[in-house]
Design a protein around this ligand. Sequence first.
Ligand code: NAD
Length: 434
Amino acid sequence: MPPQPVPARRGNSEIRAYALRYMPSERSAVEAVAVPIENPKSKIENALLSLPFAVAPWPLIPYLYRPMKILLTGVAGFVGSHAAERLLAEGHAVTGIDNFEPYYDPALKRRNLEAVQKTARALGSKTPAKKAPDLAAEGSVLLPGSEGGAAGQAGHAQAAQGAGPSFQFVEGDFGDRALLDRVLAQNRFDAVIHLAAQAGVRPSIDDPLKYLKVNVTSLVTLLEALRAHGPKRIVAASSSSVYGNVTPAPFREDAPCVQPQSPYGASKRAGEIFLGTFAKLHGFRAVVVRPFTVYGPRQRPDMAIAAFARKLILGEPITLFGDGSSARDYTFVADIVDGLMGALVCPVEFGLYNLGGDHPVSLSELVAALEKAVGKQAVIKREKMQAGDVERTSADLTRSRKDLGYSPKVSLEEGLRQTVAWVREELAREGRRV
Ligand code: NAD
């Protein structure tokens, strides 16, 4: 179902439902309604919002509710495009940044972005659909239908005052300091959701320096820019890959994570450590999530489920690495987005949180479930386990349930049904007979 528009002023019951969904009861109202503490509209409002959740003046809170202005990196990616749509559906103003990095076909990313833009329009994005020169002028490109520049700023200001969602897109590298300075100086963001990354476990073995550059150096460049301009509030995606093969399952966030199995995992762990250091040293609020094998519509083509489903539908053989006993805690993308939303309003100074599906399944079980979803038997080729791959991933969700209100809801069966339906649409769009 497409995201539904939210009213410009949310009702008390909606806000309360949102608060109850995302916030444990002992928190203050300010966190419950996701109004950044850093930006109170007035001292009185701030005082009211800071009252404990249980005694918050709920009838007044809809009048104080203010959607946020979010900078979202990696907006054209698999998870990023879903996160953008959810943020818009919840009434926030989103500025997305992406450089269409060619790790996989950039045409897929452009289509993801188009879907976000379509959602923004359907939700009645208040941003004037006018191309303004300032962000586009110096390297970043605003795509047709994107909204940005001076006109975009006006729309974003409107959105951030409760007038409804808005979306603007900046094409560029999140590690480009000059671009960041311009974007951050022209917008007063409440928070950053950082999803852009050099993804992929196996390719990181051949090109570790690229992973170091994007996932560490560029991240620190972003943090430095945020230190200079604000906001000092960030939700960042790390990965279950930080746990490697030595952490006992189910993985707990307090495991040392000193032996990731791949340069990708090592780069993500290094990024986490920098985020923690910036929280301590410079007063950032940094919530780091560790997604576990995310799947769903728009899944990256290099990942198992989308690739297997495609081959199964086309009657092509699928290659399985290992004896089929390796296991993954597959997590549906909508559940990951739930976790990101919980992280956005989580008041900790620094925290690491697993986002898993809560039901690890073996590779053999996954293939059987996919065969059922597709309605065809797989032709299987077997090869030995590949370097970089881990035996098992399994998330302990105790901490994320408590602090983020996280609770994965989509079963593997339902998630595969939705993913297979999307793969069929993609094949039909490509003119393949399925
Ligand atoms: P993705 O590759 O689909 O999305 C990442 C996006 O970031 C891409 O659109 C890419 O073009 C963009 N990007 C890369 N480098 C950039 C740069 N320098 N400047 C601007 N944009 C840049 O990946 P995804 O699967 O959506 O993953 C999103 C995040 O979640 C990543 O941080 C990834 O490491 C993490 N993660 C994903 C999974 C998963 O199973 N998909 C699991 C664990 C962690």
